[in-house]
Design a protein around this ligand. Structure first.
Ligand code: 5GP
Length: 189
């Protein structure tokens, strides 16, 4: 999506360790008009896919998931991130290693809000190594629900997450697909 690619080129900052900082428009200060366009693009791609629910993980996926949910008229389920595994019954949990913070977290959703009949469209801000995606896919599997697609606003191809999701038979859609991320040089696919 050209709009997002231009924004990344103009305002994104490449940090050490292959991290792209997009705080100015995607996850600290939110560019509401841009995120609305991301939602519209996701809706065009997935309209008619039969999704009953959009799922994301707190906190930086929420705005994009909300924008997509608003366009597709679907509720958004926000998986919570916990630091420990010491969590009550009544929830599905999965471990997720955080690429940006280098910490192990647990993602959690209430069983009340994810049912076997659900068809889930997962939306996140980044796809990198695929750890977050696999954790969210596991929550859907535990519920006996189906994942109809995985959406990332920004995919960093070099980290290989796409293959892990596609191996599970899930369609991956990213709005900006970065094939090379170096300071002063960002190349898209
Ligand atoms: P993965 O689990 O695929 O390695 O990483 C996905 C998660 O890590 C995303 O939910 C995102 O929050 C965070 N992340 C991964 N790479 C980046 C990055 O380059 N910049 C930012 N801001 N977050 C990232």
């Amino acid at each position: 999506m050209k709009l997002l690619e231009d924004k990344i080129l103009n305002e994104g900052k490449v940090l050490d360790g292959g991290i792209l900082k997009v705080d100015g428009f995607l996850n600290h200060r939110l560019d509401v008009a841009l995120i609305g366009e991301l939602g519209a693009d996701i809706a065009r791609e997935f309209v008619g896919c039969g999704a009953t629910l959009i799922m994301t993980v707190e906190s930086s996926g929420i705005s994009i998931a909300f924008a997509a949910g608003e366009k597709l008229r679907l509720p958004v389920l926000v998986a919570k991130k916990h630091k420990s595994l010491n969590i009550s019954d009544g929830v599905y949990t999965a471990p997720v290693f955080s690429f940006t913070h280098k910490t192990q977290n647990t993602v959690v959703v209430s069983k009340e809000y994810l049912s076997a009949g659900d068809k889930v469209l997962i939306v996140d801000d980044f796809l990198a190594s695929g750890n977050a995606a696999l954790g969210l896919l596991s929550l859907v599997e535990q519920a006996g629900a189906t994942t109809v697609g995985f959406v990332a606003a920004i995919e960093k191809e070099e980290q290989g997450g796409r293959a892990l999701i596609e191996q599970k038979g899930v369609k991956v859609y990213s709005l900006a697909r970065i094939k090379e991320l170096r300071a002063g040089e960002i190349k898209f696919n």
